[in-house]
Write a protein that binds this ligand. Structure first.
Ligand SMILES: Nc1ncnc2c1ncn2[C@@H]1O[C@H](COP(=O)(O)OP(=O)(O)OP(=O)(O)O)[C@@H](O)[C@H]1O
Ligand SMILES: [Mg+2]
Length: 281
């Protein structure tokens, strides 16, 4: 095979993503190289608008690179990535379907017969803690319950790769920590490879084996890779207060902060408002 990392579950090789717009082209990410070994949990952080979702969309096969290549299990990706499950920031529940029907929907698309898909969906609804809500409609659910439904929707297809784009961003802090803990227990021993996008560095460090930092755009590149050697299994409710966590967080935040400042300076160039930058910590 090629000269890249052949053992990788997913690999971006010199990936450049350029958007064509009315006012000219905009290159969001430029020549990104990233190989993720099977079973690893990798988070991507970076300032707003730097190209995190763009990278995820490339791996999902939702948008083809302008240059470079995405490889899945060593094979060049063509079209949609069928080995990946994608969890968007905004869940994609169908309002006219019940919880069980929403969870079963992906299996319906792939032609699994009705009895089997409903049985598997019910199992997943139980696993994510929604027993009793099988026949509820999305508008009857809390934000956390909608996320649980979305998790079941993503996992039921048993994808090798999970692509998650700020999946818990809209939740309150407590619900979010509960969901993060549950995600980790699902993932542990699953062998699944995760690419997790977040702007929340605490979330990135506490969940991941490695944190990848994208620079401020345009033309974002990977400017840091930080192995997270915290022991597993992790209890996310306690891990954030350990000295090792604080140390790692501080080191990555120093670099992330630089990129956030650069983004902010570009955005506010020529305008007032210094000091309004939001601290992620
Ligand atoms: N379809 C598109 N057409 C034109 N430009 C786009 C398109 N999608 C994204 N962009 C631009 O590409 C850049 C990267 O966008 P992207 O959504 O990947 O950023 P992000 O890191 O996910 O941001 P956030 O943290 O706010 O979600 C942004 O400047 C954005 O405006
Ligand atoms: Mg995004």
């Amino acid at each position: 095979m090629g000269d890249g990392d052949d053992g990788a579950a997913m690999e971006l090789r010199g990936v450049t993503m350029t958007y064509q717009g009315a006012e000219g082209d905009y290159t969001a990410v430029r020549e990104v190289d990233l190989a993720v070994a099977p079973g690893r949990f990798v988070s991507v952080v970076g300032p707003t608008g730097c190209g995190k979702s763009t990278v995820l969309n490339a791996v999902a096969g939702l948008r083809e690179p302008s240059a470079g290549q995405v490889l899945i299990g060593g094979e060049p990706l063509q079209g949609l990535n069928r080995r990946a499950g994608y969890m968007f920031q905004q869940d994609a529940l169908l309002p006219w379907k019940t919880v069980v029907q929403n969870v079963a929907f992906g299996l319906e698309l792939s032609g699994v017969d009705k009895a089997e898909r409903l049985e598997r969906a019910r199992e997943w609804v139980h696993r994510v803690g929604l027993a009793g809500f099988e026949n509820a409609y999305p508008h009857q659910l809390s934000g956390g319950m909608r996320k649980r439904t979305a998790v079941a929707q993503t996992w039921i297809g048993d994808p090798d790769i999970l692509l998650m784009d700020e999946p818990f961003g809209a939740l309150d802090v407590q619900t979010r920590q509960v969901m993060e803990n549950e995600l980790l227990s699902l993932w542990t021993d699953s062998g699944k490879t995760v690419l997790f996008v977040t702007h929340d560095l605490e979330e990135a460090v506490s969940l991941s084996d490695e944190v990848v930092l994208l620079s401020a755009g345009p033309g974002s590149r990977i400017v840091g890779r930080y192995p997270v050697e915290l022991p597993r299994p992790r209890d996310l409710l306690d891990i954030r207060t350990t000295p090792r966590f604080t140390e790692l967080y501080g080191a990555i935040w120093a670099d992330l902060r630089n990129e956030v400042m650069r983004t902010y300076e570009r955005a506010s160039h020529g305008t007032a408002g210094a000091g309004a930058v939001q601290d992620a910590g």
